[in-house]
Design a binder for this molecule. Structure first.
Ligand code: F6R
Length: 242
């Protein structure tokens, strides 16, 4: 594991964007796995800036997002699809047909088929070259929540109280936050050639400790990542030192 500890959020974001930029420059057809949430917002901002300065071309790049709420309309402002349109997809020259995210409007009954189709699309694309990950306070990655077992493929999950407490306030009415999500499983994340996990702030320290400690446990899904051959932990001082 490569560990990069930055002074603050801006430096972390800049560095994260540099790593993704280098990937896209070395492979114009890169398959990027992307995350939503507060942490990667700065990275997306720097990527958009690099695109506008010229020299960063997303025209052949494909993106696959980790997760989406269930149920949610992709047009809903709280959807992760809307987040991606706002922060990256509509701000660079990514082709709309190259931007992928599980569909949250399939309902519980359509979830299994949507998940299987999503995994097939990722596989058909050749798998993920670089997977960007945030980390939940409880150690979740994507919405692979702590539990007795983790899943390999994309699947529907019931969100934990910790995740509902963290994300609920982002909704105008926190009670409107969907209680389920579709998430990529550990299989596609682990199959990624490179994983870039970003974490900032004191409230991520316990989760980062779970990643750095010796134990590998489904009680902290991120802890499994230390088995990945090509993992970069990019964090700020607060997340690293607490
Ligand atoms: C989002 C995702 C989640 C977040 C995690 C951290 O696509 O997969 O695992 O990365 O919940 O969220 P923030 O960055 O908001 O603290």
């Amino acid at each position: 594991m490569q560990i990069i500890v930055c002074e603050n959020y801006e430096e972390m974001s800049q560095k994260g964007a540099e790593i993704i930029t280098a990937e896209v420059k070395s492979n114009s057809k890169a398959i990027l796995g992307l995350a939503t949430g507060n942490t990667p917002i700065g990275i997306y901002r720097y990527l958009v800036e690099a695109y506008h300065k010229g020299g960063l071309d997303f025209s052949e790049v494909q993106t696959y997002n980790l997760d989406e709420y269930l149920p949610i309309d992709p047009a809903d402002e709280n959807s992760y699809a809307a987040f991606m349109h706002d922060h990256l997809w509509d701000k660079v020259n990514l082709k709309p047909e190259h931007c992928n995210i599980p569909a949250g409007n399939v309902g519980m009954e359509g979830a299994a088929a949507e998940c299987a189709a999503y995994d097939q699309r990722i596989q058909a694309a050749g798998g993920i070259d670089l997977q960007l990950l945030g980390i939940g306070r409880n150690g979740h990655i994507g919405f692979n929540e702590p539990g007795d077992a983790l899943h390999t493929g994309t699947h529907a999950v019931k969100l934990t109280d910790s995740t509902i407490a963290a994300n609920g306030p982002l909704f105008a009415n926190p009670d409107d936050m969907p209680r389920h999500a579709l998430t990529m499983g550990m299989g596609a994340i682990f199959a990624a050639k490179k994983v870039l996990l970003v974490a900032n702030g004191k409230n991520k320290h316990e989760a980062v400790k779970g990643l750095l400690g010796d134990a590998i446990t489904t009680a902290c899904p991120a802890s499994l990542l230390k088995l990945h051959q090509n993992l970069i932990l990019l964090c700020d001082k607060e997340a690293y030192h607490g």
